[in-house]
Design a protein. Structure first.
Length: 253
């Protein structure tokens, strides 16, 4: 009995600790069937597939450019850092624990993972010696191209942030789009995979609206941001101006 009480107490403690790992907002069984929802990936040799391959080749010329460096940063950067300019605030988990916990709890893996496993579409760099902006690990090679999990998660994060900061919607959505495009520039995803990732992110965002727990956490994050907006540090203006230029130079633009 005492062991059960200790476990229950620990679970209650973890639920109140900002940044502690928490269960998703809904069970995997309630996640939409992504194979049914998303369009088929381009068939080999189709016009869409040829366009994906041509864009992969064209974007290799960006290696070493400022946009390439942004794509490299986008491989591992955290949401609060990535969206700082778009939010107009520099935040971290210590300063904004409710927002950090909210962004940590959402995700698209339960939808994206089964789609990747179903199609097992090869990433565009495989079979080439062309440069990409992250290490060519076995894990990366085994993890399919379609759809892009980075693009899905980035778009979902942008949509959630728009709910919290609607007056920053244009900047947030623009950065969310550019985050997905970074995967094309990096060379690890095709454009069609990124576009499918955006659709997956939108589907998961719609599902979040059905969760009372999500809305409770969203309200807590909104109250937190309302306080922070009056005194949170502002991102470097010159750096944000450079970022604004870069997000307008995505693939095919």
């Amino acid at each position: 009995m005492r062991g059960g009480l200790r476990i229950a107490g620990l679970l209650l403690f973890l639920a109140t600790v900002p940044g502690a790992a928490q269960a998703p907002y809904f069970a995997p069984a309630h996640v939409p069937d992504g194979v049914a929802v998303l369009p088929l990936p381009p068939a080999p040799g189709s016009p869409e597939d040829n366009a994906d391959r041509a864009l992969f080749q064209a974007t290799r010329t960006l290696m070493g450019s400022p946009r390439w460096r942004m794509a490299t940063d986008d491989v591992t950067n955290a949401p609060l850092d990535r969206y700082a300019c778009a939010m107009g605030m520099r935040l971290d988990a210590a300063r904004a624990p409710a927002l950090a916990a909210l962004l940590d709890r959402i995700g698209t893996g339960d939808m994206v993972g089964p789609i990747k496993d179903h199609y097992r579409k090869a990433r565009p760099y495989l079979g080439t010696d062309a440069p990409i902006c992250e290490p060519r690990t076995d894990h990366l090679a085994r993890n399919g191209d379609y759809p892009s999990g980075h693009a899905a998660n980035g778009w979902l994060e942008a949509l959630v942030l728009v709910q919290l900061l609607p007056d920053r919607a244009t900047a947030l959505l623009t950065r969310g789009r550019a985050y997905g495009e970074s995967r094309v520039i990096c060379g690890v995803h095709s454009r069609s995979a990124v576009q499918a990732g955006w659709l997956a992110g939108s589907a998961m965002f719609a599902m979040l609206q059905t969760s009372p727990a999500y809305h409770r956490d969203l309200a807590a994050a909104a109250r937190e941001l309302a306080r922070l907006r009056t005194h949170a540090p502002v991102p470097d203006r010159a750096a944000c101006a450079r970022e604004a230029e870069l997000v307008g130079t995505g693939p095919g633009r």
